[in-house]
Design a protein around this ligand. Sequence first.
Ligand SMILES: Cc1ncc(COP(=O)(O)O)c(C=O)c1O
Length: 439
Amino acid sequence: MDAAELARLTAWDRAHGWHPFTQMKQWTDPGHQPLFVTGGNGPWLEGADGRRYFDGNSTIWTNLHGHRHPHLDQALRDQLDKISHVSALGFCNEPATRLAKALVDLQPAGSLTRVFFSDDGSTAVECAVKMALQYHQLTGHPERVGFAAFENAYHGDTMAAATLGGIGTFADRFRRFGLNTQHFASLEALAEMPQAFSEGLAAVIIEPLIQGSAGMRTWPKGMLGGLRRWCDERGVLLICDEVMTGFGRTGRMFAGEHEDVVPDFLCLAKGLTGGYLPLAATLTPEWIYEAFLGTYAELKTFFYGHSYTGNPLACAVALANLEVFERENTLAELQPKIVLLGELLAGMRQKHRRHLGAVRQCGFIAGLDVMEDAAAARAYPWEEQTGARVCLAAREAGLLTRPIRDTLVLLPPLCSSPEDLRHAVAALSYGLEAVCGPG
Ligand SMILES: Cc1ncc(COP(=O)(O)O)c(C=O)c1O
C-alpha cells in the first residue's frame, strides 16, 4: 500500500470507523496513526508500514495454527467452489453436520451429544443462557431464573452475556436491563449462600481455569471440580465458557479436561475456526436436548437462531482446523513450548523485578502485571494507560499485543516456534523497559 492510499484509508477510518472497546476521541486524534494489518503468515503479521510483527495475542485470542495455513486456506477454497451459505433453518449442509459430529467426538463418550451453532462467543453464551432457562421451564422449575457468575468474569457483550459479566466498566450500565445475576469472588463465597438461593438458580457460568478479560487470573486447582459437585448437589446447571480456553490454549483440548469436568453447556468460539471466520457452538447433553422434544403445538421448540447459523464456509474451515490438530500433533508439540514460555517469563520477571508484579501462566496464556513499584505493591494510576504504552513500545521491537489495563497479555498462536517465543518475550521486555525504565 503506498503512502497516498494509506493516508486516504486512515482518513476514512477516522471519518467513518467506530472501533470496539476504543475511546474514539483518542483514536481519531491526528497524532494517532492506526496500523493497517495487510497480511499474515504463520504467527506473523505484516503491516501497511512494511514491517513484520509477531501476533502476540493470536489476533484477539482466535488464531491457533497460524495465518494463511495451507490446509485451512484450501478447505475454504474448496467450499467456495461449492456454496458459501446454506440456511440452517430448514436445510442441512455437509460441513456443519460433519463439524457437529467432530465436536461431539472430542468430548467424553456419550457426554455432550448435541451441538447448536451460532456466530461468536457472546452468542454461544446467549444460547446456553436461553437453553438453561427454557430447560427449567420445561421440566417444572420455572422458579429457576437466577444466574451465578464470578467477579471480574467476562462472557461477551450482547445483553445477557454482558450482564453475566463481572467487570463493572463493561457491564454496570446495562445490569438493570439484563439477567438476574449475582457475582461471587470464589467457590467458597458461592457455597456460603443459603439453599433458597441455589433453588432459584438456573445456572452458574464460569471461565474454567482462567479468567481472560479479568487480566488472565487463574482459579485455584480443584475449584472447577468443586463447582461441578456444588452444581450437581443442587440441580443447578453448569455453563463452561471456553471461548478463550478451548482448542488447546491451556495445553489440553478443553480446559475442563484438567479437572475431568464435563459441563451442562460448553460454549466454544474464537479458536473453533482457527481464527479464520466467526463461528460458535454450544454443546449440551442428550437429557437437556430431550426436554425440548414434543409436538409442535406444545411449543417446546428452542426458538432461537441466526441467519448465518452453521455457515458452511466457517464450518469447513473449522473442520480443517481440527484436522490440523491431528496432522501436526499440535497438543503434543505444544507441551515443551509451554515449559519454554514459562522459563522465558520467569527470566523476564527476574530482569524487571521493579516493574513486574505477578506473572501468571496457564498453558499458552500469560498475563504480566506492570507495577510502578512491585515490591511496594504500588500500581500505576490506571488512567496513564501504562500497559497500552508498553505494548505500543513493544511494536517497535516487532510484537503486536493488547493489554488488559496494566496487565500485559501474551497469548501466542499454538504454532509458534521456540524462536518466535523468544522474540515475543524479548520484545515485551524491550517495551517494558522503554516505558518504565530498567529493573
Ligand atoms: C471467555 C469469553 N467469553 C466470551 C467472549 C465473547 O466472545 P466474542 O467476542 O466472540 O463475542 C470472550 C471474548 O473475549 C471471552 O473471552
